[in-house]
Design a protein around this ligand. Structure first.
Ligand code: ADP
Length: 366
C-alpha cells in the first residue's frame, strides 16, 4: 500500500471490525444465556399465555438487566480483542521506525555499513531508501577520507625520507656538503610544498569554497597568453608548441585565471610526458553550445586501462616517471574540478602507449 495514512486508516478499520465482530459474537452467545439465567429467577418463561407470567414491569427489569450483563461481558471481550489486534497492527507499522532509530544510532557511532530493510512501499519505505542513500554517501565519504589520509602519507613519505637521508649523511659526514646535495634537498622541499599547496587548493575546490570571477573572455587570447608563458620551457626541451585557434571564436564567460591554470597544467603535462623530438598542439573550436579546447601531444601516450582513472587524485600511469618529474599527482584532479565548476567536461584520449595523447575540455558559450 502506497501511503502511510491509508495503512493507518486500514489498521483503525481492522481494529474497529475486530472489536465489533467480538462484540456481536459475544452478544449472540452470552445474551440468551443471561436472559435464561434471569428468566429462571422470575419463574421461567414458557407458553403460559397472556396474563399467566410475571407482571410487565418485572419483565422489563429482567430484559434490561439481562441485556446490560450481556453488553458488559461482550464489550469487555471486544475491548480485549481490539487492544490485541491494535497491538499487533501497531507493531507492524512502528517496526520500521524502530529499525531506523536503531540504525541511526549505530551510524552515529561510525558504523557506516549500516542499512535498513526497505518494504511496504509507503512513506516509511521512502524514508528507509533515503536513510540507505545517506548511509551510503557517508560510507563513501569515510572511505575517501581514509584513502586520502593514506595517499597523503604515502606521497609525503618519499621526499621526507630523501631529505632525512641527506641530512643524516651530512651530519655524520658520509656526504660532503656540496651544492648538488643542497640542490637535491631543495628540489624535494619544493615537491613537498607543491603537494601541500595543491592539497589546499583541492580541498577548497572540493568544498566548493572557490568563487569564480566570471567575465567575458576571448579563448583565443587566453590560449595565446598562456602559451607565451610555456613556449620557452617547451623549446628548451626541444619540443615545438603550436597554437591553432580561430581568432573569430566567440567569447566565453569564465574565470580567466582558473582556465589559465587548467591550460598550464595540461600543456605542462604535455611538455613533461613528451620526449624529444615532439610536438604539442593547442587548438580550440566551436561545437554547438560548447567551446572545445584540445591539447594534443606526440608523447608517451596512455594505455586504455589508465584513461578512466587519470583524473583521480594521486593517480599516475607510470609512478616512477611521474614522481621523477616532481608533480604532485593532483594537477588533473584540480583541472577537472575547475572545468566542472564552470559547467564543462574534461577528458583524455590516447591511441595507446607511445602514440601520444589528447586532453580536452569544454566551456559553455554565453
Ligand atoms: P602529475 O603530472 O603531477 O603526476 P597529474 O594529475 O597532472 O599529476 O597527472 C596524472 C597522471 O596522468 C600523470 O602522472 C601521468 O601518468 C598522466 N598524464 C598526464 N598528462 C599526460 C600526458 N600528456 N601524456 C601521458 N600521460 C599523462
Amino acid at each position: 500500500m502506497r501511503s502511510l495514512g491509508a495503512r493507518l486508516f486500514l489498521s483503525y478499520l481492522v481494529v474497529i471490525l475486530a472489536g465489533m465482530a467480538v462484540l456481536f459474537g459475544a452478544a449472540v452467545v452470552v445474551g440468551p444465556r443471561q436472559l435464561e439465567r434471569r428468566g429462571a429467577g422470575i419463574g421461567g418463561f414458557g407458553p403460559r399465555g397472556p396474563g399467566s407470567g410475571p407482571p410487565a414491569t418485572t419483565w422489563a427489569r429482567f430484559v434490561r438487566s439481562g441485556m446490560a450483563d450481556a453488553l458488559i461481558i461482550s464489550s469487555l471481550a471486544a475491548i480485549v480483542a481490539a487492544a490485541g489486534v491494535s497491538i499487533v497492527v501497531t507493531r507492524r507499522i512502528v517496526r520500521p521506525v524502530h529499525q531506523l532509530a536503531a540504525a541511526s544510532h549505530r551510524l552515529a557511532e561510525g558504523r557506516y555499513e549500516e542499512r535498513v530493510p526497505v518494504g511496504g512501499g509507503d512513506e516509511l519505505a521512502d524514508l528507509a531508501v533515503s536513510f540507505n542513500t545517506m548511509a551510503e554517501a557517508l560510507e563513501q565519504t569515510e572511505t575517501r577520507r581514509r584513502e586520502l589520509l593514506g595517499d597523503v602519507a604515502h606521497e609525503l613519505r618519499t621526499p621526507l625520507a630523501a631529505i632525512g637521508g641527506y641530512m643524516e649523511g651530512l651530519t655524520d659526514e658520509r656526504l660532503l656538503p656540496d651544492p648538488e646535495i643542497f640542490l637535491r634537498i631543495s628540489s624535494d622541499v619544493a615537491r613537498l610544498q607543491r603537494i601541500v599547496t595543491d592539497l589546499e587548493e583541492l580541498s577548497r575546490l572540493e568544498a566548493g569554497r572557490i568563487s569564480l570571477e566570471l567575465k567575458p573572455v576571448s579563448v583565443a587570447d587566453l590560449i595565446t597568453t598562456t602559451m607565451g608563458r610555456l613556449r620557452g620551457q617547451a623549446e628548451d626541451k626541444g619540443l615545438s608548441l603550436d597554437v591553432s585557434v580561430d581568432p573569430g571564436l566567440p567569447v566565453v564567460r569564465v574565470d580567466p585565471d582558473r582556465i589559465q591554470q587548467v591550460l598550464l597544467n595540461l600543456v605542462g603535462n604535455a611538455i613533461q610526458y613528451t620526449p624529444t623530438p615532439g610536438r604539442i598542439t593547442v587548438s580550440a573550436r566551436w561545437h554547438g553550445p560548447w567551446m572545445e579546447v584540445h591539447v594534443a601531444d606526440t608523447g608517451i601516450g596512455l594505455a586504455p586501462e589508465h584513461l578512466p582513472h587519470i583524473f583521480e587524485r594521486f593517480y599516475r600511469a607510470d609512478r616512477s616517471r611521474a614522481r621523477a618529474g616532481g608533480g604532485s599527482g593532483l594537477g588533473l584532479t584540480i583541472a577537472r574540478h575547475i572545468v566542472e565548476a564552470h559547467g564543462g567536461r574534461i577528458w583524455a584520449e590516447s591511441p595507446g602507449p607511445g602514440r601520444g595523447s589528447t586532453f580536452a575540455f569544454t566551456l559553455r558559450l554565453d
